[in-house]
Design a protein around this ligand. Structure first.
Ligand SMILES: *Cc1c(COP(=O)(O)O)cnc(C)c1O
Length: 376
């Protein structure tokens, strides 16, 4: 069976976690601080704050951006449900906008049309690792005085106009779930250039505490913490961070290898007239967290039949990115106009296996099986 994805973990990660466990400091401590510094340096941002996952990262980003009850935040429906949930957590309302079917990222014209006096922010997703057009969304945010928050859950290692995702705006949230390009088991990171945000994020992730354990531990004077505001337990552990430090060292390599596999898929499927492949415009570099293929109307099989055929051949695939507005959790949601582009893209796309290391034999088998079904 060829899986859809697989994390690339080696004895290096295991050894680092092992060493950390034996130090006796296993929750948020020196390894988390090291991971944050290295991640900030890697993406080219001033600060990075590690948290328990990307959903909690997004939640804290909403809070420090000042989003609350009565506010509207524009985001795609075509995304993992955590995107919209993070808006709902703070009592604000997600306003779903359409995507550009060529790159699955927010359609900027449709976003502008949905701006109201209650709109406070845009939550911009870099879908399955393909960068969104950050500069133009920044301009739009400036024009309407909105905050920009980036959901870069899938986009560690991607870049936009020559700079890594994580360096362009004030609040960028990453995931280290095993389904993403690098992993810490679960885990998340927020990068920011804003010092006030940085300090508040560090407090909020640890119960609103004014000083952290590391500072208290290293102090030669007794220190008492204060709880400045109601916070959360959104800590990453040092065990996770020690895995993340090793994963980060491999990130550019992993992205390079993923891009080689993606190139093989592009070469194999480019001439098919019944599919549309991912489009990477000049200045955009995807980490190919997933490889999504859109099946045109003249494709001989329905998307679900194709998924079944691939599964019958021993190849695991996934449906296209979900739409949030059609999920039961959002059934009473009344802010939805037409989202036909998102629905159509979701229903007619398929994700095929892409991970490192994927053998040439497995890559060829995915290609030949897909081609066979495309000409059935
Ligand atoms: C995976 C994902 C999330 C959630 O990340 P977790 O680390 O699992 O919380 C949020 N947004 C998008 C777009 C994702 O793909």
């Amino acid at each position: 069976m060829i899986p859809i994805a697989k994390p690339y973990l080696t004895t290096e990660e295991a050894q680092n976690a092992y060493d950390t466990i034996l130090t006796g400091w296993i929750t948020q401590g020196p390894r988390v601080a090291e991971f944050e510094e290295k991640f900030a340096t890697y993406v080219g941002s001033k600060y990075a704050v590690a948290v328990s996952n990307c959903t909690t990262a997004l939640h804290l980003a909403m809070i420090v951006a000042g989003i609350g009850p009565g506010d509207e935040v524009i985001c795609p429906s075509l995304s993992y449900i955590a995107t919209a949930n993070s808006i709902t957590y703070v009592g604000a309302k997600p306003i779903f906008a359409e995507i550009d079917p060529l790159n699955y990222n927010l359609d900027i014209e449709d976003v502008e049309n949905r701006i109201t006096p209650d709109t406070k922010a845009i939550l911009l997703v870099h879908q399955i690792g393909m960068p969104a057009d950050i500069d133009n969304f920044k301009l739009l945010c400036d024009k309407y005085n909105l905050k920009l928050i980036e959901d870069a859950a899938c986009a560690a290692g991607s870049s936009y106009k020559g700079k890594k995702i994580g360096s362009h705006s004030e609040l960028v949230c990453f995931s280290f779930h095993p389904r993403k390009v690098i992993t810490t088991g679960d885990g998340g990171m927020i990068t920011t250039s804003n010092e006030d945000y940085y300090h508040r994020l560090k407090m909020l992730r640890q119960h609103g505490m004014s000083i952290n354990d590391r500072v208290r531990h290293n102090s030669d004077k007794i220190l008492f913490e204060e709880h400045v505001e109601i916070g959360y337990n959104y800590r990453m552990t040092d065990i996770q961070a020690s895995v993340g430090i090793k994963q980060l060292e491999k990130l550019d390599f992993i992205v390079g290898e993923r891009r080689k596999i993606a190139e093989k898929y592009h070469d194999a499927f480019r001439s098919l007239n019944n599919v549309r492949l991912p489009i990477e415009n000049t200045g955009y570099l995807s980490n190919y967290q997933s490889f999504s293929i859109y099946l045109k109307e003249n494709f001989p099989l329905s998307r679900n039949d194709l998924m079944q055929k691939m599964l019958d051949s021993g190849i695991s695939t996934r449906r296209g990115i979900m739409t949030t507005h059609r999920e039961l959790a959002y059934r009473n949601y009344n802010g939805i106009n037409s989202l036909s582009v998102s629905e159509h893209a979701s229903d007619n796309s398929i994700l095929i296996p892409l991970y490192y290391p994927m053998t040439d034999k497995d890559i060829s088998f995915v290609i030949s099986t897909f081609l066979q079904n495309a000409s059935a």
